[in-house]
Ligand binder design. Structure first.
Ligand SMILES: [Ca+2]
Length: 652
């Protein structure tokens, strides 16, 4: 699950070449590559490599186990570029016997850490990667952090502590995996304090004994007025098996959130998959009088949260608040104690277009605490528990139907035929003028398809509803002309594909000139060679799903044979039958109509015909002028070097 992230390998030009490249390629960063390797590199320790690095340089760590903890002594720069610490596969920073953080970035800017494994830090306050102070322009990508352990104290997989008066900005945490950590009172991945502007995307966080991903404010980490992680996104992460049940700090209490906003603000939590955590996603503040605010939770799959799938508000009356929280287009499944829970002190809460598939006997939306105001609930699907009540708040568009999920809990996509398809309401735009439902669904596909948004996190492509009403391909003067017209509109794209080897493929997309005539689309494929034969098909696509709606049509080569039968229409039909054909050059041909017993009824086209498109008409009569009865007939065209046949069905 989650996004596939491309591991980009930088190639290091030498200085002279680098200067040249910089002059011509804006944005190209140049520098030296410093090799760290157990043998054969410039250095044998990662720390020595980092000390040697200047802005723009890359420290490449070859495979090996390096028993050390490292600190970045310098910043990169916006002009010369970041300092990059890059691990090749098998590059491991191992903390066995060492204390503190594996990698420390304290008041340093323009630092990248990519592709390293950091493991086995177990004393002091152990962390995989620690970023502190005002450090900005920090990228942590595709690292693996595991077995960071301090069961009775504090430990972090990756921690950002914005402790300075200058906020941390431009923080990127993407594609990392954090697993098998014992965290005591702390978190797997945390952004805490004066942090303004971040992307936490495509990470996999699992099997840790405290919170998965946390955005914290009001803990006294940063200066009072700026002490909130803010203005960021948390997207495409996969978070599972997060529980404090085995954490000795909590004595068996289960309260670890998969994704937790604890006092952060202005954060979008989108397209994440969260399963089997103590709490799926929680928006709250633990500090009295303080609020998590302007938080959007949308297009997420959330399943099997122990205390519930989405919780918000303070956990007690004297704790903090949740304000302006938008919970839309999520699909939640069987939280042990319910789906959505409003605890204490929630204000301006929007809950719309969600699928809430509850456990029997558990609430869909509960008001477990108090002082919860301005709660808007609308157009959700409720299934699994009550068939009459959505819970604590009215929903004028409540629907109590089976949402037909593909395979819960593991797969919360919609089946074809789900009542959630095209059943949502338009939520309008947010304060930035962007769709409140987001631009994409859980899979990154177009959020709005089929004219109406679906309920839940998945937008079903529904391409099977599309019919090809016209579908034809034939030679024209300057290429092959493909004509198509479709009924229904449930596809984001229609495309013509071409094969040169047969009706089974290989299919490619020819470059065509497209024009529209009424409902029909004409595509001219000028690249087709008259010497070859081709097959064309019409495909409807929506997101990653495609359906062939126009079955393969063979278009024969023009050069051989010289004759080609274009169409015999109408059939079935009652009207005169039109037989159209083309000749590459003038030729003598015969066109005859036979009955099913092989008797020739009439000759339509003997003699020499000029080159080009031609047509003859059979009026349905035999040679003697009698009207032929209803039934099956055969039209046969004989031309120099071959013949072609087509059946005709005559109706009464
Ligand atoms: Ca739809």
């Amino acid at each position: 699950m989650g996004r596939s992230l491309v591991h980009v390998r930088w190639l290091r030009p030498r200085y002279a070449l680098a200067a040249l490249l910089c002059a011509f390629l804006p944005g190209t960063v140049s520098g030296l590559e410093i090799i760290v390797a157990p043998s054969g590199g410039a250095f044998t320790t990662v720390a020595a490599g980092i000390v040697a690095a200047r802005p723009g340089d890359t420290v490449t760590v070859r495979a090996g186990t390096y028993n050390e903890a490292v600190v970045f002594p310098l910043s990169g720069s916006p002009v010369a570029g970041s300092i990059t610490l890059q691990g090749e596969p098998g590059a491991i920073l191992d903390g066995t016997g060492r204390s503190g953080a594996g990698i420390t970035i304290s008041n340093r800017n323009y630092i990248r850490v990519v592709g390293l494994t950091v493991r086995n830090f177990r004393s002091g306050t152990p962390m995989g990667i620690s970023v502190e102070g005002s450090s900005s322009f920090i990228e942590l990508r595709n690292n693996l952090i595991h077995n960071i352990e301090r069961p009775n104290g504090n430990a972090h997989g990756i921690a950002f502590y914005g402790t300075a008066a200058t906020p941390m900005t431009n923080i990127v945490v993407e594609g990392n995996e954090i697993r098998n950590c014992q965290l005591g009172q702390s978190e797997s991945l945390v952004l805490n304090g004066n942090i303004d502007g971040f992307s936490v995307a495509g990470n996999t966080v699992h099997d840790n004994d405290n919170i998965g991903i946390d955005f914290i404010g009001f803990e006294g980490t940063g200066p009072a007025a700026q002490d909130q992680a803010r203005n960021g996104v948390c997207v495409d992460n996969l978070v599972y098996n997060i529980t404090s049940a085995t954490n000795p700090t909590y004595g068996g209490d289960r309260s670890a959130g998969g994704i937790y906003v604890d006092g952060g603000r202005d954060i979008v939590i989108e397209r994440n998959t969260v399963d089997n955590c103590d709490i799926g996603i929680e928006v709250a503040s633990e500090h009295s009088g303080k609020a998590a605010s302007n938080i959007t939770v949308r297009n997420n799959f959330i399943a099997r949260g122990y205390l519930g799938n989405i919780l918000m508000g303070g956990y007690a009356a004297d704790r903090g608040m949740a304000q302006n929280v938008v919970v839309v287009n999520n699909t939640t499944y069987q939280g042990a104690l319910g789906e959505i829970e409003l605890q204490y002190n929630c204000d301006r809460i929007t809950i719309k277009n969600n699928i809430l598939n509850a456990r029997s006997g558990q609430p869909y939306i509960s008001n477990s605490g108090g002082n919860n105001t301005n709660v808007l609930v609308e157009c959700d699907i409720y299934f699994g528990a009550s068939n009459t009540s959505p819970g604590a708040f009215p929903d004028a568009r409540a629907r109590f139907v089976n949402p037909l999920l593909v395979g819960p809990f593991a797969d919360l996509h919609l089946q074809a035929g789900s009542p959630a398809i095209d059943a949502g309401i338009d939520l309008g735009n947010d304060s930035h003028g962007q769709p409140l439902s987001g631009a994409t669904d859980i899979d990154g596909g177009t959020r709005l398809r089929g004219g109406t948004i679906d309920i839940g996190a998945h937008e079903h492509p529904s391409v099977t509803a599309v019919l090809a009403m016209r579908w034809w391909a034939e030679w024209a003067t300057d290429g092959i002309r493909v004509v198509w017209e479709v009924g229904g509109a449930r596809a984001s794209e229609f495309r013509v594909e071409r094969s040169e080897v047969g009706s089974d493929g290989l299919w490619t997309r020819p470059l065509t000139e497209r024009s529209v005539d009424g409902g029909a689309v004409m595509e001219l494929d000028r690249s087709a060679s008259p010497e070859r034969e081709y097959w064309y098909r019409l495909v409807a696509a929506a997101g990653r799903e495609t359906t062939v709606i126009g079955t393969p049509i063979r278009v024969a080569s023009l050069s051989s044979p010289d004759f080609r039968l274009l169409e015999v229409v109408p059939s079935p039909g009652r009207d005169p039958v039109r037989i159209a054909f083309t000749l590459r050059r003038a030729a003598t041909i015969e066109i005859d109509v036979f009955d099913v017993r092989g008797r020739r009824l009439v000759s339509l086209g003997g003699g020499e015909w000029p080159a080009g498109r031609q047509e003859v008409v059979w009026d349905g009569r035999t040679r003697s002028g009698e009207l032929a009865p209803a039934g099956l007939y055969l039209v046969r065209c004989v031309y120099p070097g071959g013949q072609d046949r087509r059946t005709i069905v005559r109706l009464r």
